[in-house]
Design a protein around this ligand. Sequence first.
Ligand code: PHE
Length: 350
Amino acid sequence: MERRLKEILAAAEKNIFNIADHNSLNNYWLELFGSNGIITKIFKDFKTLPSSQKPEIGKMANEIKNKVNSFFNLRKIEINKLKLKQVLDVTMPGFRPPQGHLHLVSYAISEITSIFENIGFTRVRYPEVEWEWYAFESLNMPKNHPARDDIETFFIDTPSSKKYGRMVLSPHTSSGQVREMERVKSIAPIRMINIAKCYRPNWDISHTPMFHQFEGLVVDSGINITHLKGTMDYFARKFFGPQRKTRLRPFHFRFTEPSFEVDINCGLCLGKGVLDNGEKCRLCKSGWLELGGSGMVHPKVLLNGHIDPQKYTGFAFGWGVERTYLMKEGMKISDLRILYQNDIRFLEQF
Ligand code: PHE
């Protein structure tokens, strides 16, 4: 018993002064003094000793118990001092707080906005939940017209209006054209840049069911195609840099006449349609990516916005924000859907 006590003391002293935090110190205290602790056990065994040994061993056991306890107290104070020293250590490098930034789509929107604001456009937004009238009829797309099939649409399950038809999730920012004419009370000039969420039931590598478009609308006296072309060229130079190319393809929209598709060479394969590893480019397939439509505002649309097409003409264009941003120099994203997966490892890269 005497030897055991001496061993316990030596081990306890060594261990206690190697412990560096309060938690481990508490745990070690329980190992010694808890209900099944080593020292507790000594005191239990004490009862079985022959009474001749009891006085001497009892005294020794008590002394050792007090010593070990004083080691604990001492170490507690030391640990506190150690912690204090750490807190006050002015030579420690500081923590850099994590710094957030805008989502790349928000960033693109603010960049697009300022490019157009610099040439006198006004940023507006129109409802995401919209009437069929603004999304289709007012844009010269009557009910049951096949042109509507090109714009797949989410319908809202609500009662429809006699005047405005059913409610839809706005499938394009063109829904804002006649709304803008109404906002300015049909008084030209209009220089609108409408940037908003749009919805269509598509989900694949180049489509998400929610996406963004930016729509320009200019109405004034004497507006012609050169103004449309000049504005798009200006935007392409400002946003993509002087190197990226655009082209116009004749197209058809019900609400513009004449109409064009605007294309830009692909930023992933740089117009080749093939990647460096020889694979077909997954994003564009042909070297050119469609940005969206444009054209001269159809006289019927002006009439629906109560603007006299004899006095005024206009142009409009509607491009996808995500597409446009991806086509920007240096962006190599082969699947559009990652934009909305909120994966911090992706977002942090921008
Ligand atoms: N709204 C058309 C679309 O979403 C694009 C467009 C806008 C075309 C303006 C012409 C003029 O496809």
